[in-house]
Ligand binder design. Structure first.
Ligand SMILES: NC(=O)c1ccc[n+]([C@@H]2O[C@H](COP(=O)([O-])OP(=O)(O)OC[C@H]3O[C@@H](n4cnc5c(N)ncnc54)[C@H](O)[C@@H]3O)[C@@H](O)[C@H]2O)c1
Length: 324
């Protein structure tokens, strides 16, 4: 459901996966029909009745998802939904409560959790090589041309596009890799004078994690250089972990060692292999939904960081983050 740039990736991944069959595509834009590799529908209800799927992938923009979830729930279908679940925290709680009451899986697609850099960083932390993470600096500086044909257009006009659309990936990774929720947030958000976006593209924040870690976050979509600058450095009890590029270049160095060690990452096709791993995980969880409440609620702990950044930027105060 939703055959935009992201839906097109999903159609390829579902088609290729040995466990899945793409039975239909649904999009309100009828012009996409000619590009559809399978039967095309413009109404979700009709698509489900006609194709009888086992699950639905929702890759529509993150507004008014309840309407579609109600249709999926009517046919008792689990849903793999794109991030962010919503652009409103209370609405997210409602969607999660609704699906959980119906005993249906609402699995939010955080594909960055399946990147080789993510998995190897977790392995490194679990090994005794660098010790325990104590503080971290996450830098993502990008000049994102929101007018490009291949990119969605709604971020140009929505409130806090960086936080809801991009930082949500980073915040989720911080929780996922450091295995901790966030305790408090102090943040400033703004739009630089050259911004092509209507609302704040730049986020500077400090997080205090429940496990005691301190994380400095600088994330933006309107830096003023067309090359993306990424650096994620974590200082641990025995050394440091440095990731110098968004999806590769992961290294570590111990205090005593003069040399930096590069971690070999497995060959990887960005946007396809990560989505495939995510899809496999969704299928696994769907078959054994013992922890349904916990899984459905998980994304709230990342969305609550977005919510806290907005509140902190608005009030100028440090905000305590509730965990779910
Ligand atoms: N996980 C990732 O790495 C990643 C990457 C890109 C986008 N996304 C997410 O995927 C979602 C979609 O992004 P996109 O770039 O494809 O957006 P888009 O706006 O370019 O495309 C969305 C498509 O959904 C269709 N649509 C809109 N409302 C609909 C409705 N009610 N019913 C049926 N179809 C509808 C539109 O016609 C369009 O074809 C967003 O939530 C976005 O944040 C995730």
């Amino acid at each position: 459901m939703g055959y935009g740039p992201r839906g097109k990736i999903w159609s390829k991944v579902v088609n290729k996966n040995k466990q899945t069959i793409l039975v239909g595509i649904c999009d309100i834009n009828q012009n996409l029909k000619k590009k559809s590799p399978v039967k095309f529908y413009s109404k979700l209800d009709n698509a489900i009745l006609d194709t009888n799927p086992d699950a639905v992938i929702l890759s529509t923009p993150p507004f008014n998802r309840m309407k579609d979830l109600k249709v999926c729930a009517k046919y008792k279908l689990s849903v793999l939904v794109e991030k962010p679940l919503t652009v409103n925290f209370n609405e997210a709680k409602k969607l999660i409560t609704f699906m959980t009451r119906k005993k249906l899986l609402l699995f939010v697609g955080l594909n960055f959790r399946y990147l080789p850099t993510t998995l190897e960083k977790i392995k490194l932390i679990n090994s005794s090589k660098v010790g325990k993470p104590i503080f971290s600096k996450f830098i993502y500086e990008r000049w994102r041309d929101g007018r490009l044909e291949r990119l969605n257009k709604y971020p140009l006009f929505m409130k806090h596009p960086m936080l809801w659309e991009q930082s949500i990936h980073h915040f989720d990774l911080i929780r996922f890799i450091f295995k901790s929720n966030i305790k408090s947030v102090f943040a400033k958000t703004f739009n630089p004078p050259w911004s092509m976006y209507k609302h704040h593209t730049n986020v500077n924040a400090i997080f205090e994690l429940r496990n005691g870690m301190i994380v400095n976050y600088v994330g933006n979509w309107q830096s003023n250089s067309k090359t993306l600058n990424f650096e994620w450095r974590t200082d641990c009890t025995k050394g440091i972990i440095i990731q110098k590029e968004q999806f590769k270049n992961l290294n570590y160095r111990t205090l005593e060692n003069k040399k930096i060690t590069n971690i070999k990452l497995k060959k990887f096709r960005m946007w396809l292999d990560d989505a495939e791993a995510l899809l496999n995980d969704f299928i696994k969880v769907e078959k054994n939904s013992k922890n349904l409440i916990k899984i459905n609620k998980d994304h709230l702990n990342s969305l609550s960081i977005v919510e806290a950044c907005i509140a902190s930027a608005k009030t100028g105060k440090k905000i305590s983050v509730k965990n779910y």
